[in-house]
Design a protein around this ligand. Sequence first.
Ligand code: OFO
Length: 171
Amino acid sequence: MMNEKMVAALNQQINEEYYSSYIYLAMAAYLDDSDLDGMGHWMRMQAQEEYLHAMKIFDFMVERGARIKLSAVAEPPFEWETPLAAFEAALDHERYMTDNINKLVDLAISERDHATNNIMQWYVSEQVEEEANVEGIVKKMKMMGDSGQGLFLMDRELASRPVPTIVADGQ
Ligand code: OFO
């Protein structure tokens, strides 16, 4: 049985993950509109991954017998100044999400909720990967500066991102 504080915090995290999905979808729309279909595709895949992050918590709560309460998802921004600015905003967002996950770990530890701490460790590792992925893209985009050819190549590279999956053993 999960305590009320933990249930409320996990409900909030489901909302945060849905917002993540939503902001990446907004970035996909912006990049598609800028004729950067590969980058738009990358953001769509990221939006799907965030949905899976939300559902992993959802399923965990169901398994623990906790009552899920969904709340309104905030409206994401509409556009960014440049494709680089969109990816920089994505990196900032991932850092914010890492902070949220760390707080959930702290709460799970203080509430002696070992099962939640255990599942949150999956998110801790996932956040390392999420930040590293976006940071890599931001660094490459900064290297290419204003080069149209660089943007073209980056767009092509990001078009190959596969559809995300999260398998049952938490990988
Ligand atoms: Fe759910 O990891 Fe990104 O936000």
